[in-house]
Design a protein around this ligand. Structure first.
Ligand SMILES: *Cc1c(COP(=O)(O)O)cnc(C)c1O
Length: 426
């Protein structure tokens, strides 16, 4: 039997670097051939061999309603007939802006862009422009897209400036980026004590989803807010992943903390290229065309993308949506924990709303370094075991997982059973 995924991967590698348009899709961390997806519906997608998978990546977060939700499809089809893109403003952009602001009270104004990378990069420029300062603080294991200044790993000492994590990023470009350990209060205090008056902003995933799933402790998140206020720095919550995913009001709603700027993406586009950043009027009015901070985009606020985002927001705003989603996700997480316990597999897991993470260790990690102590071979065996059994989780141990409204009790039960089978045969 010929494997169509192998055939497509070979063709793809001839014309696309690594055969993929975003690195994690290449299965490099776990080995094997990436599955080329031909279609999706509800909680499932089908690969090039027509094999069905229960989908726990949901396009890395956006597909919170599952694939092919009828109300979303209807809105997108209607929008397509009215035109793809105009390069002139539309009423739908106002509607989406109003819908976002109504749900995220820390934001008084919002600008729409096309990707999370673009939104984070623009929020960073705005923070520097608004404060007139250069230094930015980020945390190891948090991902804010691939803008130069944010592709940084921690330096050698405490509260020292970091080193680029990508070729093509000159050290001078990251010389103003301080990288600290997540949940490390002492480093945080030290950074502000040393550099407070130079810090333009602190950017954080307050529930981190790019080092698997790690929560900022309430004390840590609170201290980030206090120190920013005290030193005149802006607190930026990167909620590209957590926004409308961990709850209707994002990680800021879960933690009860008001950031200065919020970065959104993924769910707000419902699977279309759409992202946003926003905050108080006085800061947002620093942006062009009103202010001196330049930012622009040919496809920003695209009429088809905004239709998709609006229809998605409408569905997730319905009463009880997040209660049901969170319950389903907890059922999965609790079931996996019980399966691991029954088979003597070290394991722990956590979830919030429709986002979850699990670890092949008994403790829930507090930072990136601990996450990365996970046994790679064990994770890869679990990943491929699940894949063989028709369950698709993220192909890297440092990624979070996503449950959609379309996942059924049966899907969850089948996933738990598959995991238990793998734990047993380990
Ligand atoms: C996905 C993600 C981004 C980048 O968004 P893209 O749309 O992939 O550019 C930024 N920040 C966080 C927290 C993300 O999860």
């Amino acid at each position: 039997m010929t494997d169509q995924n192998d055939i497509l991967f070979e063709r793809a590698r001839a014309v696309i670097p690594g055969g993929v348009n975003s690195p994690v899709r290449a299965f490099k961390a776990v080995g094997g051939t990436p599955r080329f997806i031909q279609r999706a519906q509800g909680a499932y997608f089908w690969d090039a061999n027509d094999k069905r998978y229960i989908d726990y990546i949901g396009s890395w977060g956006p597909m919170i309603l599952g694939h092919g939700h009828p109300a979303v499809i209807e809105a997108v089809q209607k929008a397509v007939l009215e035109g793809f893109s105009y390069g002139a403003p539309t009423e739908r952009e106002i509607e989406l802006a109003e819908a976002i602001l109504a749900l995220v009270p820390s934001m008084e104004m919002v600008r729409l862009v096309s990707s999370g990378t673009e939104a984070a990069m623009s929020a960073l420029r705005l923070a520097r422009g608004a404060t007139g300062r250069k230094t930015i603080v980020k945390f190891e294991g948090c991902y804010h897209g691939h803008a130069d200044a944010l592709l940084v790993k921690a330096g050698s000492g405490l509260a020292t400036f970091g080193n680029p994590t990508s070729a093509g990023v000159p050290p001078e470009v990251v010389q103003h980026t301080l990288v600290l350990e997540y949940n490390n209060l002492q480093q945080l205090e030290e950074a502000f004590a040393l550099h407070g008056s130079d810090i333009a902003c602190l950017m954080i995933e307050a529930i981190a989803g790019n080092m698997n799933f790690v929560r900022a402790t309430p004390a840590f998140a609170k201290r980030c807010r206090e120190l920013c206020t005290q030193h005149g720095a802006l607190l930026i919550f990167d909620e590209v992943m957590t926004g409308f995913r961990v709850g209707l009001h994002g990680a800021q709603g879960v933690l009860g903390i008001t950031p200065d700027l919020t970065v959104l993406g993924k769910v707000i586009g419902g699977g279309m290229p759409l992202a946003a950043f926003g905050g108080p009027r006085a800061i947002m009015e620093q942006l062009a065309p009103l202010g001196p901070v330049y930012q622009a985009g040919t496809l920003s606020g695209n009429p088809v993308a905004t239709a998709c985002g609006l229809a998605t927001l409408k569905e997730i705003s319905k009463p009880g949506f997040y209660e049901a989603l969170a319950q389903k996700t907890r059922t999965l997480v609790d079931g996996l924990k019980a399966a691991a316990a029954a088979e003597g597999q070290p394991f722990n897991a956590d979830s919030e709303g429709g986002m979850f993470g699990f670890f092949l260790m008994n403790e829930l990690p507090q930072n990136y370094a601990t996450v990365m102590t996970t046994d790679n071979a064990q994770f890869n065996a679990l990943f491929h075991g699940l894949l063989d059994r028709g369950v698709y989780i993220a192909p890297a141990l440092y990624e979070a997982g996503f449950v959609s409204a379309a996942h059924s009790e049966d899907d969850i039960a089948a996933t738990i059973a598959a995991a238990r089978d793998i734990f047993r045969k380990r």
